[in-house]
Each structure stands twice: as structure tokens, then as C-alpha cells.
Design a binder for this molecule. Structure first.
Ligand code: NAG
Ligand code: NAG
Ligand code: NAG
Ligand code: NAG
Ligand code: NAG
Length: 369
């Protein structure tokens, strides 16, 4: 199914091709407040880039039952339907963004998605299987060069400075702290030291984008990674979340907040938004019915306890898998990733939650700055 294209995405290609007729007078073709959205990160954001790289099915979701609800075909999204960037684009009144590696997409005036399932901030994370963060940033540079060729340097700069760069990265880096010989044990490395290296590499990516004109940066912090069905089953047969693993996410989130606050002081014009995914996720997880879900800890698609065995689609070495009857009752679609419905909920928080959840700006405010 890789390479197939939905009607929705086809319309987008046509729409963007029409836009190209504006050429150098692009500013008169786009609304004055036009801002593009660029997506960077991992499988929570990847909308099909991994369909086009040499990797394994473990890093891909371009087979059924992925995509069954919203797009009605397996586009490569790690979800039954939309993911967070799709819902955010919708709230920003942008078209659904294409994956950067999709052949045939040559215009990116509304933005594009660079994310890659399995990626981390570190080059070593899933090395050789994914598009690492540094490479994702280099793709953004290609896009800027394309804008410069088409519209001239000044307009390219202007597009980049008005655009929003939305990141979800880090969880996979911390996956490498699980001892491969006994996955329920964390490696005896200095966790704070490791977090500092992850944040250091994320900072490098932010600065590279800033240096080519980016000013507005959005982030999700790292959720309680010990609570996904795949991770919780590593300890106590899944009876609780893997608390020591989630503790690393909290170290990351403190370091991220501190670092962004510093960057705001150091870099002229730098503005940011952080959605506290850790807290927002925990609230839904601990009280799903309050948020309209029925099942928080058990995935919809997979096998074994909590459907925590990553077998959704029967394509990753294990053929048998179960699929729930009502995906909208679930927070998790497979053993790691959110459902369409959960993605929509968190996208709303990114877009317009108050400062207790998304701060210092929410994404709507960031777009309008
Ligand atoms: C894809 O990766 C595999 C394993 O890493 C390698 O053997 C193969 O040559 C690669 N194929 C291409 C087309 O690069
Ligand atoms: C895991 O076990 C293999 C084989 O016994 C060993 O070579 C390797 O160093 C171990 N890895 C870790 C991280 O302990
Ligand atoms: C980035 O990660 C590498 C390991 O991939 C590490 O050696 C380096 O120190 C990190 N950079 C920063 C600025 O922390
Ligand atoms: C773990 O859970 C499975 C399925 O729920 C059960 O069959 C098994 O006996 C449990 N193992 C332990 C050690 O509790
Ligand atoms: C912010 O939003 C949360 C969740 O909707 C709500 O509980 C809280 O009262 C709000 N805080 C303020 C200061 O408006």
C-alpha cells in the first residue's frame, strides 16, 4: 500500500500546484497572516515518511488495520485515523500536511511533515532505520532553498520566520535505556546525564532552525512512557505502569522547560509553546471516563496482556492479533500509539489550552504572534 494516495491528499497536491502559479507574487496570493506548519519528531507525528525509507515493518504502519477509520487506507500513520499533526493543521485552518518524502509533493507553502517513526534526538536512536532529527532539520533546509529559488531570499526568510515548528521527540531515546537483555531493567547509566545529552541535541536542532529564520517553536513534552501497553507489561506482568521509566520523562520535561526559558532569553525573537503532555495524558489515563474514553490501559490492536505485544497488523513476526470493537473507547490504538480520538483531544490542548496546560503561549497564540 505504500505510495498509494487518498483523494484528500490528491486534492492537496492540486491545491498546492495552483498556489505555485503565484510565483514571486506569493505574498499577494497568501493571506497576510499566513503561517506554515512544519512537523518534526517520531511515530506520534510520522504521517508516512517511513513508507519511503529502507526500514522494517516494525518502523512502519502502512498496512491494515492502521488507518481504518478516518482515511480508510493505511497511509503510514501509527493510528486508526488522524494523528496529532493532522488535527492541529485542521485547527490552524491549514490543509493536511504531506509527508516530506511523498513523491510528487514539490511545494510546501503550508508546511510539511518530516517526522519519522522510531526517531529520537540522538543519531544513535534506531540508527539506520529512521530519519534522525538532524536529517529532518536538513530536509527543512532543502525546503528553505526551494522557497528561495521560487520566491527569492527575502520571501523565503519571511515564510520561515512566520512558520511554526512543532516537535515531538525524546521518548525513543529513552527506550535505549532499557537493558536489551532484560527489558524490565534500566541500564545503570546516569539518567540525568543522558537527559542532558538528549536536550543538548534537541537544542542543536532548535538553534539550526533559528539560524535559518525560524522563530516560533512548539513542543509536546514526554508523556508517562512507562504507561503504554508495550512498556507496562515489562514489569509486574503489567499490573502497574513502569514507574522508574516514567521518572526519566519527568527529568526530561524539567530540563526541557529550563532550556526553552534560557533560549528565550538568548535568542532574539525566539517564542515557544510547550503542551504538558505528561500531565494532560496522566489525567486522561487516570480518569478516562471523565474525558469520554472507556479504556485507558489496554490497547485496541495487539496481543497478550493489555494488548501490549506489538503485533498490530500481524506483520512484525507475530501473525495473530486482536482488534477491539470500538476504537473510540480507547486511548491507545496499538501498544504504543494513540487513537484518532485521543489525538484529536490532545491537539485541542496544544491549540488552545490555558497556561496551566500549554505555556507560555498555546499554539493558536504562537501562530498569531
Ligand atoms: C536496505 O537495508 C538492508 C538491511 O539494512 C540492506 O541489506 C539493503 O541492501 C538495503 N537496501 C537498499 C535498497 O538500500
Ligand atoms: C546482553 O547480552 C549479550 C550476550 O550475553 C552481551 O554481549 C551484551 O553485552 C549484553 N548487553 C548489555 C547491555 O548488558
Ligand atoms: C548529541 O548527542 C551525541 C551522541 O549522539 C553526544 O555525543 C553529544 O554530546 C550531544 N550533543 C550535545 C550538545 O549534547
Ligand atoms: C501474566 O498474565 C498472563 C495473562 O494475563 C497470565 O496468564 C500469567 O499467568 C501472568 N503471569 C504472572 C507471573 O502473573
Ligand atoms: C485551565 O484549564 C484547566 C483544564 O481545562 C482548568 O481546570 C483550569 O481551571 C484552568 N485554569 C485557569 C486559570 O483558567
Amino acid at each position: 500500500m505504500a505510495g498509494s494516495i487518498s483523494l484528500l491528499e490528491f486534492s492537496l497536491v492540486i491545491f498546492i500546484q495552483i498556489m505555485t502559479h503565484c510565483h514571486s507574487s506569493i505574498t499577494t496570493c497568501l493571506p497576510e497572516k499566513h503561517a506554515a506548519l512544519f512537523i518534526l519528531g517520531d511515530s506520534l507525528f510520522d504521517n508516512g515518511n517511513n513508507n519511503y525509507i529502507n526500514t522494517t515493518t516494525s518502523y512502519q504502519a502502512n498496512y491494515p488495520p492502521y488507518g481504518e477509520t478516518f482515511f480508510k487506507y493505511p497511509s503510514g500513520r501509527f493510528s486508526d485515523g488522524r494523528m496529532i499533526p493532522d488535527a492541529v493543521a485542521e485547527l490552524a485552518k491549514l490543509p493536511i500536511l504531506p509527508p516530506y518524502l511523498h513523491p510528487g509533493h514539490v511545494e510546501y507553502v503550508y508546511g510539511v511533515n518530516f517526522a519519522s517513526g522510531g526517531a529520537g534526538a540522538l543519531r544513535e536512536t534506531s540508527q539506520g532505520m529512521v530519519i534522525d532529527l538532524k536529517t529532518q532539520v536538513s530536509y527543512l533546509k532543502n525546503v528553505k532553498n526551494l522557497f528561495s529559488q521560487r520566491f527569492g531570499h527575502a520571501i523565503a526568510e519571511e515564510i520561515l520566520s512566520k512558520s511554526v515548528y512543532l516537535f515531538n521527540i525524546g521518548a525513543n531515546d529513552y527506550g535505549s535505556l532499557l537493558d536489551p537483555n532484560s527489558t524490565s531493567v534500566l541500564l545503570p547509566v546516569d539518567h540525568q546525564g543522558f537527559v542532558d545529552i538528549v536536550i543538548g541535541n534537541l537544542t542543536d536542532a532548535i538553534k539550526e532552525i533559528y539560524n535559518i529564520g525560524g522563530k516560533k517553536f512548539g513542543f509536546l513534552n514526554v508523556p508517562p512512557i512507562g504507561c503504554s501497553p508495550a512498556i507496562r507489561i515489562l514489569v509486574n506482568n503489567g499490573s502497574t505502569c513502569f514507574e522508574e521509566f516514567s521518572a526519566i520523562a519527568r527529568l526530561h520535561n524539567n530540563a526541557l522547560s529550563k532550556r526553552l526559558h534560557e533560549l528565550e532569553k538568548q535568542l532574539k525573537g525566539f517564542k515557544y509553546s510547550v503542551m504538558d503532555f505528561y500531565s494532560a495524558f496522566s489525567q486522561v489515563f487516570n480518569n478516562p471516563t471523565k474525558y469520554g474514553f472507556k479504556v485507558a490501559s489496554v490497547g485496541c490492536c495487539g496481543s497478550g496482556p493489555y494488548r501490549g505485544v506489538d503485533s498490530c497488523g500481524g506483520n512484525k513476526g507475530i501473525k495473530e492479533y486482536e482488534l477491539c470493537d470500538n476504537v473510540n473507547e480507547h486511548l491507545f490504538f496499538d501498544s504504543h500509539h494513540l487513537t484518532d480520538r485521543a489525538s484529536e483531544y490532545f491537539a485541542e490542548l496544544i491549540w488552545n489550552a490555558n497556561r496551566t496546560v500549554t505555556s507560555p503561549y498555546n499554539l493558536k497564540q504562537l501562530f498569531e504572534l
